[in-house]
Ligand binder design. Structure first.
Ligand code: FES
Length: 265
């Protein structure tokens, strides 16, 4: 993990309010893994002082060498609004990579990925990395959900060999109408899975965790939290857990990936 000034390579609108940003990094992300995040200063000045956490969407490679990272963000406040105005060539301070990563055991052959709304980045990064997995996998089904079609971002990037993509929107404007967890349940009724990896709103993750528990399927979730420091200093990102030795863990240091059944939902 290092702190560095990165250069904005691109900052493109993906859907109304959603931006995809490429950042050139001098070093430090060669071994970054799906699930890890950065703390990004959301402007070229030192204001605001606080950084914001962003999950990695993927790595930028040139001739096989990692030269940068990509993030995806939705404009939800002043920080992300400021970020949306960044242009190619702007410099942004980054700390990372931070946190842990999804861990897919070699024995897992039937995989399910679930991404809700802005939960797409670590799931997209994970999907890409599965292609490079030694031994491959038998089947990977990706469930992507959003409130409307305008909340579906990067879905074409799941069109990968061996992947099946199922899209759900709350209003039915694209894909199945309903909740992504309903599509997940239907798929699990039809076939088995060894592991579910999910990222999205807390309510969706809670439901995914419950579905996995009832069916005794291993489940890893990437959770969001308010983060002021990203490094265990402010203690502001505590989450309740069922561990024997403590009632709380910190999302920035112990996560953001957790075994679903370890969390107090
Ligand atoms: Fe400060 Fe986790 S964000 S302790």
């Amino acid at each position: 993990m290092i702190t560095q000034d990165t250069i904005v390579l691109w900052n493109q609108v993906q859907a109304p309010g959603y931006y995809r940003m490429g950042l050139a990094c001098a070093a430090g992300f060669e071994s970054a893994r799906p699930g890890q995040f950065i703390m990004l200063r959301t402007g070229t000045e030192a204001v605001p002082l606080l950084r914001r956490p962003f999950s990695l969407l993927g790595l930028i490679r040139e001739k096989g060498v990692v030269t940068g990272i990509e993030i995806l963000f939705k404009v939800v406040g002043k920080g992300t609004e400021r970020l949306s105005r960044c242009r190619e060539g702007d410099r942004l301070s980054v700390i990372g990579p931070l946190g842990n990563a999804f861990a897919v055991p070699d024995t897992c052959r039937q995989l399910i990925l679930v991404a809700g709304g802005v939960g797409v980045p670590p799931i997209r990064f994970l999907a890409q990395s599965l292609l490079e997995r030694e031994g491959g996998f038998n089947r990977c089904v990706v469930f992507v959900g959003g409130r409307t079609r305008d909340d579906l971002v990067c879905i074409t990037e799941f069109d990968l060999p061996g992947f099946l993509v199922e899209v759900t929107t709350d209003d039915g404007s694209q894909g199945n109408q309903g909740l992504v967890t309903q599509s997940l349940e239907r798929a699990l009724d039809a076939g088995p899975a060894d592991l579910i990896c999910a990222c999205g709103p807390w309510g969706m993750l809670k439901e995914v965790a419950a579905i996995a528990r009832v069916r005794s399927i291993a489940c890893q979730v990437s959770i969001e939290a308010m983060m002021a420091c990203g490094m265990g200093a402010c203690l502001g990102c505590a989450v309740g857990v069922c561990d024997d030795d403590t009632r709380y863990r910190h999302v920035c240091m112990d996560g953001p990936i957790f075994e679903a059944q370890r969390l107090k939902w």
